[in-house]
Write a protein that binds this ligand. Structure first.
Ligand code: SAM
Ligand code: SF4
Length: 452
């Protein structure tokens, strides 16, 4: 029997990227071959995102394109076959078997915690089982390891520490698509990081919807580490593994204990970056979003972060056009951005998600007004970014070289400890090395420099 080729595309957040890395690892150990093109693939997997409506629409467009490309392929070469299409991840979890009615081209559906059973689903399809849906929990002993060949960047590893979300912000579908918070055992996380270090990984990202809500069932692995919360103890424990760089995302403001900043101050390998989504600068809107923080409590955390001698870079997420957001609320968001001096921000136009409490509210900020606010906020964030970037000019930063630059073949590209992209001239031999770069120029979202 010939080896079956699997092509996979991933939409959405780092958790999905990380799930896909493990799906690919698993499939290769089961004898499938991962391929980089849908053309000629026996199986196409789409790992989906449902955070905004646009992401969901993208899925249906993509299925249409894949079907068309396989039909074109069939016309050119009648021996070719239609690929099996499996839908994974958040849309799969939320829609379940209704996906088969929405799109006739779909062959099986696996929810967010069922991805460890992907090879069984494919095999069952080839054995003749139609319309398989698995929305179950992770199986006992689920394997969290990722093969080096399946990492997005060979020297950077995503390490999940907590799954799911209990926060139920009124606009957000994640608690429904990803289930309740479940922390992984600290001893397993530490063992994993030690193994990654041994294998030559230079940087780990501890990931989860809300990393600082980390609460493992047992203390095992943390006994020797102090801290105000389980998460800050975990940070100290991971720092003690000696891995060169540790980043973590996403932080939830209400659970962001300032001891996290103390841990960063104590350990050089805890990187100078905090991603702390604020969502709005208006207390009225934050209350309606049920975020559990006020703008004052957010800013007091920002003050602590900015007071660190480590020069920690701060990034955020902001939603514009939440129901009933007035011009005044938006002005407060602009003021907050000015105060916080974010290095960058992901800005989203509010998108109503069925099943969330905000879906019952009137989506009464017009599409035009959402666009106006989006552009104005983007401009403010970019202005601030340039102010932050000016501080880097003529200074030397350490960059982990991750890839050849997309735009200029003579350049290589990587991230600072602050998670800013830096491009500079250099050869592929430097991939995976941490090098000193003098910053000479700052453009939108990217710094440029020369090796020194
Ligand atoms: N757990 C993180 C937190 O609480 O900040 C965020 C995770 S969520 C997957 C990523 C971002 O998507 C959110 O921070 C929010 O800005 C955005 N988002 C979530 N639901 C949205 C919606 N219905 N409309 C627009 N943006 C949304
Ligand atoms: Fe969504 Fe709020 Fe949970 Fe973040 S904390 S994933 S925004 S519900």
């Amino acid at each position: 029997m010939s080896v079956k080729k699997v092509y996979m595309e991933t939409f959405g957040c780092q958790m999905n990227v990380s799930d896909s890395e493990r799906v690919a690892t698993l499939l290769e150990t089961k004898g499938f071959q991962m391929t980089t093109s849908e053309v000629g693939a026996d199986v196409v997997l789409l790992n989906t995102c449902s955070v905004r409506e646009k992401a969901e629409h993208k899925l249906y467009t993509r299925i249409g394109q894949i079907r068309k490309s396989s039909a074109d392929n069939f016309n050119n070469s009648p021996n070719s076959k239609k690929p099996v299409i499996g839908i994974l991840g958040c849309v799969a979890q939320l829609e379940g078997e209704t996906l088969f009615k929405r799109d006739q081209g779909i062959d099986f559906v696996l929810g967010t915690r069922a991805v460890g059973r992907v090879s069984e689903a494919i095999e069952k399809f080839f054995d003749g089982q139609k319309n398989l849906v698995d929305l179950g929990e992770r199986e006992f002993g689920y394997d969290w390891t990722v093969a080096d060949s399946q990492r997005q960047f060979p020297f950077v590893a995503f390490v999940p520490i907590i799954e799911g979300c209990n926060k139920f912000c009124t606009y957000c579908i994640v608690p429904f698509s990803r289930g309740r918070e479940k922390s992984l055992a600290a001893s397993d996380i530490i063992r994993n990081v030690l193994k990654l270090r041994h294998e030559g990984i230079r940087e780990v990202h501890l990931i989860g919807q809300n990393v600082n809500s980390y609460r493992p069932q047992f203390d095992s692995g943390l006994e020797k580490f102090t801290g105000a919360t389980a998460f800050s103890r975990l940070l100290r424990a991971v720092a003690a593994t000696g891995i060169e760089r540790i980043k973590f995302t996403t932080s939830f403001p209400r659970d962001f204990h300032t001891d996290i900043v103390s841990a960063i101050d104590e350990h050089e390998n805890l990187c100078n970056w905090v991603h702390l989504p604020v969502q709005s600068g208006s207390n009225t809107i934050l209350r309606a979003m049920r975020r559990g923080h006020t703008i004052e409590s957010y800013m007091s955390r920002v003050d602590k972060i900015k007071a660190s001698p480590r020069n920690i870079s701060l990034t955020t997420d902001i939603i514009v056009g939440f129901p009933n957001e007035t011009e005044q609320d938006f002005v407060e968001t602009l003021k907050m951005v000015e105060y916080c001096q974010f290095t960058s921000a992901y800005i989203f136009k509010y998108s109503p998600r069925q099943g969330t409490p905000a879906f019952e509210m009137s989506d009464n900020v017009s599409a035009k007004e959402k666009s106006v606010r989006f552009l104005e906020l983007e401009k403010a964030v970019k202005n601030n970014q340039q102010k932050v970037f000016q501080n880097y000019l003529n200074k030397t930063v350490k960059v982990l070289v991750e890839k050849n630059s997309n735009k200029n073949m003579a350049q290589i590209s990587g991230h600072t400890t602050c998670q800013t992209v830096v491009n500079f001239e250099g050869s592929s031999e430097l991939l995976g090395k941490i090098v000193n770069v003098e910053i000479l120029e700052a453009k939108a979202n990217t710094l440029y420099g020369k090796i020194c």
